[in-house]
Write a protein that binds this ligand. Sequence first.
Ligand code: ZN
Length: 305
Amino acid sequence: MDNDNWIIDMLKEGAGMDGDSIKAAVKKKLDEFPSLTEGAALKMIATEKGITPIKKKLRISDINEDIKHLNIVAVVKRKFEPRKVMIKQTPSTISNMIIEDQTGIINVVVWDTKKVEQIQKEASEGDTISIVNAYTRKSMDGEHYEIHLGTGCAIKIIPKPNDDIRPVDNVNKIEKISGITDTQRRYIVGGFLVRLFTGGDIFITRCGICKKRVVGTCEVHGEKAISKTMLISGILDDGLSSIRISFFDKVADKLLSISKKDSLEDKLNDISFGIYNLEITGVPNKFNNVISLNVRDIKPASYLL
Ligand SMILES: [Zn+2]
């Protein structure tokens, strides 16, 4: 019942109940509906007493379950460009944000077009955002939660950080995409795959010995060394800048395995949703003075951008 203390406090404050009468009311509910949890019983009691059982003053580190009605105040750490996606065959606009408070950092997925526009127009990095009636879902890596803003929620942007929730600076290993310059070293960057180039054939022909792309056969090593290799290219965006990235062979497989869809085509379309925050380890490649990144490893990201 420890996790439900906030509802008990609400019942005490809002409904004038004492500990004993709350216990009795919970027991009565559980007798009536044996499959209820105590928390659900408390929420039913609160609703019957005219109290909306929304947890107040929740902090990011408290978000460790599916929450249907979430209120939270945090600081906008990173705002991403909106992008067009298909949701149930309907074109739609979504965006992402990273927000933080003193207890942590969390990804926000904005599904509601009006809120996407409001955030683009009003919010800057460092602003305070107040979110009412959002919900949470597990992220792709299954280890974090994300905040989802649908049509039922409301947001308010206050154009400066609130001192009570000012985040502490966190040191992390993730570098900015704009800092990728040295082709002699590896970089670890984070961001969203905002675009995948999946229009054409994603298999290329390469010579297994000289590793070069060839047409038909390798002039040096002949046909024996020829193999088909998967190549998926895309654009990674960390909210500040973007870079073209390429996934070959096993990393391409790993990218596709992030999607829970079955067929290759479905996977490619699923990932093009661009809602997955990814951590990419890669080696820069310079061609015609344009730098791209060859991915060596990929995983659904922690939120340390
Ligand atoms: Zn060759």
